[in-house]
Design a binder for this molecule. Sequence first.
Ligand SMILES: [Zn+2]
Length: 476
Amino acid sequence: MSKLMLVFKNKAVFRILALGLLLVCANVYADLPSGIAMSVDVVQSKVSPSEQALVKVTYTNVGSTPKQLLRWETAFEGRVDEDFLTVTHEGRVLPYMGRHYKRAPATSADYISLAPGESRSQVVDINTGYHLDYKGEYLISPKGAAVAQKSPPVKLILSKDRPVSLKQTPIINSCDGDRPDQIDSALGAAESLAKRARDDMRATPVAFRRSVQRYKEWFGAYTATRWNAVQRNFDRIFSTLSGRTITFECDDSVPYFAYVYPGQPYDVYLGQAFWSAPMTGTDSKAGTIIHEVSHFNVVAATDDIEYGQSAARSLARTRPADAVRNADSHEYFAENTPSLPMFTATVDLVSSITVTEDLKTVVGGNVSLSASVSNVGSADAPSTTVTVRVSADSVISLADPVAGSAPVMALAGGEELAVDLSFKAPREEGQYWIGVCVTEVNGESGTDNNCSGGVPLTVRKMSLLSVLMLLLSDDD
Ligand SMILES: [Zn+2]
């Protein structure tokens, strides 16, 4: 319906919003046949490492004709044998770690029929495809859905870190009483700490490495070469602790924690101080084992350049090239006491108005505009709203009155959404500025960029002709 008061119209408008609203409850996997929607739900919202992480995956035929679904790339195999979910932990996407099959050509038995409107679900343990090793919140969503078809991911909490259980039984010489048991526990704890250090180094996106507080604290200013050296060291320390048989010998003749001969892997000698050290934490039994193992030439060939936390911190600040080959620096990074973050996944929503011409209308007229909302952070943002603000000056803020609003769907880190908005112009003629503000979400890191800049809006008095046209129009 043509209306005089709709004087301007953005040329580059996409009508994503309407489509998005229709499909907001249905996640669609890109590689599924068209007309089949996929959604996920958790069976239990909190699980322990010894429990299965069960997720119910539902496939729905949203089309009008019967569909054949090949079960191979779906949950209908009863496992996650294909990378069909996106699982994130602390803002990091977990890599697919499941099976890769060589299969024979599909037969009719490999297909599942779905009548129009029919849904079928299958519960799978997502640990079969992704390794949920660390405690905290995991976000799970179907993979490959377009932004407009995305619903908020479902949450699953892992209550504790998964214990590492690869280690070889150590050989223990001349250690009495409960010492062999203590050594065995310390070796298990050392293996867990080394795995965490290795995984944390590997999982940090390159773009974030420069600002990792925990790395800076112990290894100093970032360079790619030094980061890679430390990462390689922890790769080797972990694979040694998990895959090699380590020989421990108790030597009460030395007052120190422990010692090794770098050319004699994997013999570790434990001195008096080892027995009074805590199992984990600063200068612990577990950390001492990491320290000693790092010395072996075949592992990381580290040196003892400085001892103790305070000297290690100042070594990182002043001589980072030495910190990355200092044994205690590796021990403290792995012990992580006090705990320092690697990178913190953030949510940061930004909005802007997409205009191609000046906004003009009559008093009380309808105005349409296109806005864009982006999540410039790295973590998923939940759904929220975007509001239109009318301002008397060019600066748009939350203090300006709301003239209209639209929903904004959940946005993954780096995603952008085009949103169409319409609102009624002020009832007084004059010069105004229009802006949009995306509503802050929980935990958002930067909220001073949630409002766009202002674009001018000219509001004129209604002419007799436009009044007539308005009366003839049947909208509103
Ligand atoms: Zn040493």
